[in-house]
Design a protein around this ligand. Structure first.
Ligand code: IVH
Length: 671
């Protein structure tokens, strides 16, 4: 079995070079040599599909698709951290620890990475599972996507424990974030707001090959070993060091980012240093995390329901800049909502130059009395779009006048309206305002809606300018010869666009419903409406009362849906889209597809719920779960409603049964 042997050997060698290159940044072979070894392995593996291994170095490029991320209970809860915002609070916390731990004091200081929490499980030194935090009790299985992150080891060296769980944070470095937004800007796609949200969104992509291209990274710091207990490791610093030795990228990877201190002054020095040095980091951090080092001491201190008493996060203050507000411009969104934008004299804040900032709405402007020509304070929080947070009044020019909010739409010039209970102004010209219509088409074509590849903001503007598209339904009448008359539109691009449009005819009903852009009908509501009514016809026939029967639908949504279908323009659009051949009913398979989510899980349902209890029981069975009469060691989940007796809860807690609320249960089913 020469081949088998070589495959195993190549996998081992490549894992090691991967670690040297990505984690240690100390490669000992050239990229070419690495690629040659990888190519050899790829070839051998293609000849031996029987030896497939999801943890092979060849799998880093992704390719696996995930339809639905399975909900999996955590081995132990994923807690959050208590926050503090001042040095006094940090001092108080340290003093308390000192008192409660009989004078013992050894803290670790590390950065608070602004990313997405992750729990990685290894069995037999192989990555077997990666879970998101979820609600802290039940996470989502995103293993296929996590395997593509180069700094996460897929196989551990022999001296690592056989079974291991390690937790940490997945981040998207600024450079990757900016690269991604740059390419989205080119394609006319909506920009991502900040690296953290982008990392979270990326980890939930269905196509792992797309995840592989995004350049995610990680820092891992929380170690648990299942069988061997803490195996000679007495505290956090030793645990982090051990994790680094097993091949993980830990806070030790960055010089000065992990410190052990024995005095409050030591903590303060660390805070003072990183408060400044953080601006030079290639990724986002939003504070510092202080932890008690000793595991035994941690156990004595214990945890509250939400956070451990042995750790504290210190949040950095957000950075401000001061500059002159030149003028205020107005943007119209697809719903007609008007957003005022402050145009500023460019000012550097936290490493970037800021020249625009958001102002939210007229009330906010009035409240702060923001005027053109004012000197303003601008803040960049976790968001990429900074906001104006105040006016430096003593620098206001003598001739300054209060701002008069726009009265007419900047695009179609219709007179703006503002409902009494709404903060925003709207352009009421829903069916005639070009910006709104174009925004609506952009929403329709977007990835989560009809997913029409190659149809971004710019493409839509082009089709609009040529008069080819005045409504989403017009997309389905586009033809090659006409498209070829457009600038920069060759056969390839036109072909892509047409096939993207053709493919959209297969998009399931629930997404078509979302794509229509009915106000207040987001993805979740669209999904629930689609499942409940089954077809567009029944939905159209439903009155407000019937709509209100769904727990996700309140009066505002119900009214919006009924109004939408009462509008002639919308009915005509639906008529056109119908003849184009989109999906207007829920597919049988879709209903059946999610029916095994609870396979082999046992449930006890108890208490009062917003949905009749029998209905919930039916749902458990429909999704493959089993019902039990009472809580015992065999129970996996207790679905707990209101007025459930406390004895039942206590018993469940004692037996380690996961307790789910109605909302958590519905979330588990993706509802
Ligand atoms: S320790 C039991 N250390 O912050 C708490 N968390 O706000 C274990 N985070 O959920 C967390 N950097 O996702 C810890 N150096 C760090 C961290 C860190 C970022 C995240 C983590 C946690 C959240 C709490």
């Amino acid at each position: 079995m020469q081949e088998e042997h070589r495959i195993a050997e190549l996998r081992r060698i490549l894992h090691e070079h991967n670690h040297r290159y990505y984690v240690l940044a100390e490669p000992i072979i050239s990229d070419r040599e690495f690629d040659a070894l990888l190519a050899e392995l790829t070839l051998l593996e293609s000849a031996r599909p029987d030896l497939f291994d999801p943890n092979s170095p060849t799998q880093r490029v992704g390719g696996g698709l995930t339809d639905q991320f399975e909900k999996v209970p955590h081995s132990r809860p994923m807690l959050s951290l208590a926050n503090s915002y001042s040095r006094e609070e940090v001092e108080e916390w340290a003093d308390r620890i000192h008192r409660e731990s009989a004078g013992e004091m050894r803290f670790t200081c590390e950065l608070k990475y602004d990313g997405v929490a992750i729990a990685l499980q290894y069995e037999g030194r192989r990555l077997t599972r990666a879970l998101t935090r979820g609600d802290g009790t039940v996470g989502e299985d995103i293993t296929t996507n996590v395997r593509t992150i180069r700094t996460i080891p897929l196989a551990l060296p022999d001296h690592a424990p056989d079974r291991l769980e390690i937790r940490g944070e997945i981040i998207l470095p600024f450079a990757e974030f900016e690269k991604l937004n740059e390419s989205r800007r080119e394609k006319g796609e909506k920009l991502f707001a900040n690296p953290r949200n982008t990392a979270a969104g990326t980890l939930k992509l269905q196509d792992s090959a797309a995840v592989a291209r995004r350049g995610l990274d990680c820092f891992l710091y929380g170690v648990w070993m299942d069988d061997s207990g803490e195996a000679g490791i007495s505290g956090h610093a030793a645990g982090v060091q051990a994790a680094a030795d097993w091949g993980f990228k830990t806070p030790l990877a960055l010089v000065g980012a992990f410190e052990v201190v024995e005095t409050v002054e030591g903590v303060m020095d660390y805070l003072a240093y990183w408060d400044r040095a953080r601006n030079a980091l290639p990724f986002a951090v939003d504070g510092v995390v202080l932890k008690v080092d000793g595991y035994a001491q941690r156990r004595t201190l214990g945890s509250t329901a939400k956070a451990p008493r042995w750790a504290l996060a210190y949040k950095f203050e957000t950075e401000q800049g001061i500059t002159r507000l030149d003028h205020i411009a107005y943007q119209v969104g697809r719903t007609g909502a008007i957003t005022p934008v402050a145009h500023l004299d460019p000012v550097p804040i936290a490493g970037t130059t800021v020249s625009k900032a958001s102002l939210h709405n007229a009330d906010q402007i009035a409240l702060m009395d923001i005027r053109e020509g004012d000197t303003v304070r601008v803040e960049k929080g976790g968001e990429i779009i900074p906001k104006v947070v105040g006016v430096v009044l003593d620098q206001r020019p003598a001739d300054s006048v209060p701002l008069e909010f726009a009265t007419h739409c900047p695009d179609c010039k219709a007179q703006l309206v503002r409902a009494e209970d709404e903060a925003k102004h709207y352009c009421p010209n829903t069916s005639g305002c070009p910006e709104q219509i174009k925004g609506g088409i952009q929403h329709f074509a977007s990835r989560r809606a009809m997913n029409i590849d190659g149809l971004g903001e710019e493409g839509i503007a082009q089709l609009w300018a040529a008069g080819m598209v005045r409504d989403v339904a017009d997309l389905y009448a586009l033809e090659m010869p006409a498209l070829l008359t457009l600038d920069r539109m060759g056969e390839k691009r036109a072909g892509n666009l047409l096939s993207g449009i053709e493919d959209s005819k297969e998009i399931p009903f629930e997404r078509v419903l979302f794509a229509l852009g009915i106000r207040h009908v987001g993805e979740t509501v669209a999904k629930r409406l689609a499942r409940h009514f089954g077809s567009l016809e029944s939905l159209m026939a439903a009155g407000e009362e019937e709509l209100l029967e769904l727990d996700v639908v309140g009066p505002v949504i119900a009214e919006a849906v009924v109004m939408w279908f009462a509008d002639e323009v919308n009915l005509e659009r639906v008529q056109h889209l119908r003849s184009a051949g989109l999906q207007w009913t829920i597919l049988e398979e879709e209903e059946a597809a999610n029916s095994q989510v609870l396979a082999d899980r046992s449930f006890v349902v108890s208490g009062v719920f917003s949905i009749p209890r029998d209905e919930l029981k039916r749902m458990v069975e429909q999704h493959g779960g089993r019902l039990l009469g009472s809580v015992s060691g065999k129970t996996d989940f207790l679905l707990a409603g209101e007025k459930m007796g406390p004895a039942k809860r206590e018993k469940a807690e004692r037996l380690g049964v996961s307790i789910l609320s109605e909302a958590q249960f519905l979330a588990l089913l993706g509802l």
